[in-house]
Design a protein around this ligand. Structure first.
Ligand code: PEP
Ligand code: MN
Length: 336
């Protein structure tokens, strides 16, 4: 069951919940949010007298397996990445190259995407490449370039982590940890990023159902990290015309089920440069809280995913229009 707690909940109530959970052979898993509210989830149902103790705001005994991620646990979460809020009215624009290429290149692309309206810098230093012979990224050196670009531009950095043992290193440099599509169900990795103290961008596995995606988010939340942003990045469909198919059904669908912010990746979701702007804007129209887009000053020469990479000028157009569409979407003060 799900038990929501006020910020003022006394320790005695928390202790009573723990004891009551133990008595039914379960455990009370508590997650505290930065705004002071807390949610306790328990596998099983607690007696009604415990649920009437001071500080208990509400309880729900019918639940799916993703209790912390559920909309019953919380109406809406805002996730801070450095000083950038994800999930507020302003759409977040994460942009940068697929892979970090070098020091000068990273500084140049960071300046260009900031100029084009990006609020977070993306770039892979550890890359999950389909071929073992493809460029695997610069590793720690790439993280250092990203950190230097942050110092210069002020843009917080999101970058991928692929292995549990890399989490500490990546978290040392990054402002947000990206769990890639291919690792969405890597449970040891999800647990580790759940205790790393940095927000997490959880990309949807390209063969994962919405429920599996939310369960993956639940691993991170249940490990103590309340700061998770979901990313719809396309699923594998039957048509080879597209690398992947951006599943925009999923955006309003997960918004009905979870309080976590959602962003859309139109780069991997299409695989094709000419489709990126349309699908980026469609994602915002569907209710996404932001975008993550692959950008390079000379896209054709990008070392990775060149075919789906756009120019900073194209990003500038997307950012301007995304802000206008977002204004319409949240115009009546009600987020879809
Ligand atoms: C990426 O964003 O660099 C990436 C590898 O994406 P995905 O995990 O969605 O394929
Ligand atoms: Mn890529």
């Amino acid at each position: 069951m799900i038990v929501t707690l006020e910020a003022t909940t006394p320790d005695s109530t928390r202790e009573a919940l723990r004891v009551a959970a133990a008595l039914i052979g379960s455990a009370a898993n508590e997650l505290r949010y930065d705004d002071g509210a807390a949610v306790v989830v328990v596998e099983g149902d607690l007696p009604v007298d415990v649920l009437a103790l001071p500080g208990v705001r509400a309880s729900f005994d019918k639940h799916k397996a993703y209790m912390h991620a559920s909309k019953l646990a919380r109406e809406r979460s805002i996730v801070m990445v450095g000083s950038v809020a994800v999930g507020e009215d302003e759409p977040v624009i994460m942009a940068g190259p697929c892979v970090v290429e070098g020091r000068e290149e990273t500084l140049a692309v960071a300046r260009a995407v900031r100029e084009a309206g990006a609020t977070i810098l993306r770039g892979g230093a550890f890359k999950p490449r389909t071929s073992p012979y493809a460029f695997q990224g610069l590793g720690e050196l790439g993280l250092q370039h990203l950190a230097e670009a942050r110092e210069e531009t002020g843009l917080p950095v999101v970058t991928e982590v692929m292995e549990p043992d890399q989490v500490e290193l990546v978290a040392h440099y990054a402002d947000m940890l990206q769990v890639g599509s291919r690792n969405m169900q890597n449970y040891p990795l999800l647990r580790r990023v759940g205790s790393a103290g940095k927000p997490v961008l959880l990309k949807r596995g390209f063969q994962a159902t919405v429920e599996e995606w939310l369960m993956a988010a639940e691993y991170i939340l249940a490990s103590g990290n309340p700061n998770v942003v979901l990313c719809e990045r396309g699923i594998r469909a039957f048509d080879p015309a597209f690398r992947f198919t951006l599943d925009l059904n999923a955006v309003p669908a997960v918004k009905e089920l979870t309080h976590l912010p959602v962003v859309v990746d139109p780069s991997h979701g299409t695989g094709k440069r000419s489709l990126v702007a349309s699908m980026a804007l469609a994602g915002i129209a569907a209710g996404a809280d932001g975008l993550i887009v692959e950008v390079h000053p000379a896209p054709e020469t990008a070392r990775c995913d060149a075919a789906q990479t756009i120019t900073p000028d194209e990003l500038a157009l997307i950012s301007r229009r995304a802000r206008l569409i977002r204004e319409v979407v949240v115009g009546d003060g009600v987020l879809v």
